[in-house]
Ligand binder design. Structure first.
Ligand code: SAM
Length: 338
């Protein structure tokens, strides 16, 4: 059976229609595109696009008025529906996603997985209790931590004043000390208990001369501007309700030539993929640890969302990419010549 072709239209094709396209691209039986009516639109609506579509969903009446006046002939025989969604939302904002799902649900069938994967469900920001810290430390992340340390070391300067934001139990900075003996690592976390376990790990690894542990909020750091040569961070972003503030702080405390290596999980596209990842990577863990991993995947951002967040934080020159079947990475190498 031929797919029904749907065109979503808003003003600039940046937030509303692009979100609608993203939501519907996984729904089988439909082929979807999006465009904007304004000159400055990311993709501007054309006669060709209108002619291509079977159904056109616009966000406001002004968009249907514009289409009717510009493309009256191409619109003949098309279903033109106004969703009445005002320009109050950012790309993939949960409220917008919910609104679109509710409104589009009257016209097309949305599988439950397509609806669920969109929802970012926040975890608590700080891993606060001592039992949580001990349990976290007992999970074996040696392989991913070593890979993180090797990649971070390769991007940074040989001598460096390096910040690790959301250091947890300091396993990554400890691995880094062996590779970069000239680095001084300032390792911050907002959980006193994580830092308690970190202090024991640092002591056992005999790494006290290179690592200092500090109880500090990464969203509001006490360090001066242009202070660090490199900022590294693993798995903090999915804990933060709004990571833009954190990344703005990273930008402030980092020297202009500074290196960045930030990594976290990304939110899988369906619940089935999420559950398969839990089986694959936490199959040997206990039920609570599996739940923690599943919750972290659900609290994570998608790659698209991360790109927008990094842009909104004003961090320039970063390469952002999917670095495994469950991680994204944002990185920038140290630049000696700046
Ligand atoms: C999943 S753990 C990752 C720990 C470590 N980076 C690792 O890879 O093992 C996330 C850590 O971020 C910390 N965290 C969350 N929000 C924070 C904030 N605003 N400032 C500093 N640390 C924070 C949590 O307490 C937790 O220790």
């Amino acid at each position: 059976m031929d797919k029904i072709k749907i065109l979503f239209v808003c003003s600039r094709n940046k937030w509303r229609s692009l979100t609608a396209e993203k939501i519907c691209e996984k729904v089988s039986g439909y082929s979807v595109r999006s465009a904007g009516t304004e000159k400055a639109a990311r993709i501007r609506v054309t006669e060709g696009l209108v002619g291509w579509a079977d159904w056109i969903f616009v966000m406001e009446k002004k968009h249907s008025d514009r289409l009717r006046s510009k493309f009256p002939e191409s619109l003949e025989g098309k279903k033109l529906i106004c969703l009445q969604i005002p320009d109050n939302y950012q790309y993939m904002e949960p409220e917008l996603v919910e609104l679109l799902q509710a409104k589009l649900g009257s016209y097309m069938e949305m599988p439950i997985d397509v609806i669920n994967f969109m929802q970012r469900v926040l975890e608590s920001e700080v891993m606060d209790s001592l039992s949580e810290a001990i349990e976290y430390d007992s999970m074996d992340f040696t392989e991913v931590n070593s890979a993180f340390a090797r990649s971070a070391a390769a991007l940074g300067p040989v001598f460096g004043n390096v910040l690790d934001a959301g250091t947890g139990t300091a396993r990554i900075p400890i691995a880094l000390c062996a590779i970069r003996p000239q680095w001084k690592l300032t390792c911050i976390d907002l959980s006193a208990n994580m830092l308690k376990v970190a202090a024991q790990n640092v002591e056992s690894a005999d790494a006290r001369s290179q690592i200092s542990l500090e109880l500090i909020d990464a969203k509001e750091m006490p360090y001066p501007d242009n202070y660090f040569d490199m900022v590294i961070s693993n798995s903090i972003i999915h804990h933060l309700p709004d990571p833009v503030t954190f990344l703005q702080e990273v930008r402030r405390v980092l020297k202009p030539q500074g290196a960045i290596f930030v990594r976290d999980l990304f939110r899988p596209e369906t619940l089935e993929i999420r559950d398969n990842l839990v089986k694959l990577y936490a199959g040997d863990c206990n039920a609570h640890q599996q739940q923690l991993f599943s919750d972290s995947l659900q609290a994570a951002f998608t790659l698209d969302e991360i790109e927008t967040i990094v842009q909104n934080a004003g961090l320039a020159g970063l390469r952002i990419y999917e670095s495994s079947d469950r991680h994204w990475t944002a990185e920038r190498a140290w630049c000696e010549t700046l």
